[in-house]
Design a protein around this ligand. Structure first.
Ligand SMILES: Nc1ncnc2c1ncn2[C@@H]1O[C@H](COP(=O)(O)OP(=O)(O)O)[C@@H](O)[C@H]1O
Ligand SMILES: [Mg+2]
Length: 332
């Protein structure tokens, strides 16, 4: 199971961690290819951080196995630690030190010489858009700046595998975009990234493969396309010339397609979510047939588009609840 033979950065089988009565991680199997961003997507309390901590050798699994670049996280913890870095909800930067002081100190702890440490710090601060803030104490940083310095601190030595545990939770959209750019840059340099997130669009933006995790279990795994395809073939969006024809258009779509049709707030707009079961036809073939039927019924379509389902729809379909719903509420 070495990196060379399997090509996997992470491989787990039946990983379990319990806290009292809580099965925080309940038999997780993962296979993370090297050189990519792998997304672990799940709501609060799903078991993401516990999984990451076991992989980063900070928590010992109760059952199952985990290998990082072929090394067992329990028996070969030192080898694993030598190749991974962790950032996220608990970072090692000191609030009272400046950005530069933090990075220089950490670089020195990692064995860089004085000059080298200062150069690496300056280089990362620049790359992460923190040059102006370099001389300020970290406690005065904004949330976005703080997240960026956390990531900078974790890649002082370029790790083979970087764990990013909810790196953008609570950030404004602009700061999120900055973090996304950084993640892309890190991967472009050859680092494998395991990214946990509660945000469907974040996994969609960054990850090549995604494991959807809920209550300690992987409930779906695959490429984005595979996950979406497992839920539905896609959606057809229509805009009609005449709002008065909308009811009739919805009837035609329901008749022609295996689809859930719903009106949009815009009085001329309609969305039909295509099912997977009833037809072997592709979404495009179904859509073409529907357009033909609409034309035959004398309904004028001004605008038409065919889209894949969103990851939001994927999560809802897989779990029966959305990502925001607290567990208790769902169980009740
Ligand atoms: N140290 C701990 N002691 C007790 N329960 C914990 C501990 N850490 C996590 N848990 C519980 O395990 C579950 C999974 O938590 P966590 O891995 O932090 O989820 P996530 O990171 O996806 O939000 C939650 O129900 C959480 O309350
Ligand atoms: Mg967490």
């Amino acid at each position: 199971m070495s990196q060379q033979t399997s090509g996997l950065a992470i491989e787990t089988a039946g990983l379990v961690k319990t806290f009292g009565d809580t099965r925080a991680v309940d038999g997780v199997d993962l296979a993370v290819p090297t050189g990519t961003v792998y997304g672990v997507l799940g709501p609060n309390g799903a078991g993401k951080t516990t999984t990451v901590k076991m992989l980063a050798t900070l928590l010992r699994p109760d059952a199952g196995q985990a290998h990082v670049f072929g090394h067992d996280v329990v028996r070969e913890a030192d080898e694993v630690r030598g190749r991974v870095s962790l950032t996220g909800q608990y970072a090692s930067v000191d609030e009272d030190l400046t950005g530069t002081e933090n990075l220089v100190l950490l670089a020195r702890l990692l064995g860089h010489g004085k000059k080298n440490a200062r150069e690496r710090a300056a280089q990362l601060l620049e790359a992460f858009g923190l040059t102006e803030a370099a001389g300020k104490q970290v406690k005065n940083y904004s949330g976005g700046m703080r997240r960026r310095i956390d990531i900078a601190a974790s890649i002082l030595n370029t790790p083979d595998l970087l764990f990013l545990d909810e790196p953008t939770t609570g950030l404004d959209p602009r700061s999120r975009n900055q973090v996304w750019e950084i993640v892309r840059a890190v991967v472009a340099q050859g680092t494998t990234v395991l990214l946990t997130t509660q945000y469907l669009d974040e996994a969609d933006q960054l990850a090549s493969r995604i494991a959807v995790i809920d209550r300690g279990r992987v409930i779906a795994e695959g490429t984005k396309g595979e996950l979406k395809a497992s839920v539905g073939a896609g959606s057809v969006h229509l805009r009609l010339r005449d709002a008065e024809q909308r009811t009739e258009a919805a009837d035609v779509l329901r008749r022609t397609l295996d689809a859930h049709v719903q009106p949009e707030p815009d009085p001329v707009a309609l969305t039909a979510r295509l099912g997977t079961a009833a037809s072997d036809d592709t979404a495009a073939e179904q859509a073409a047939r529907a357009l033909g039927e609409l034309a035959r019924a004398g309904i004028t379509v001004d605008n038409f588009s065919l889209g894949q389902p969103s990851l939001d729809e994927v999560f809802l379909a897989l779990t029966g609840h959305d990502t925001q719903a607290p567990k208790d509420e769902v169980a009740a």
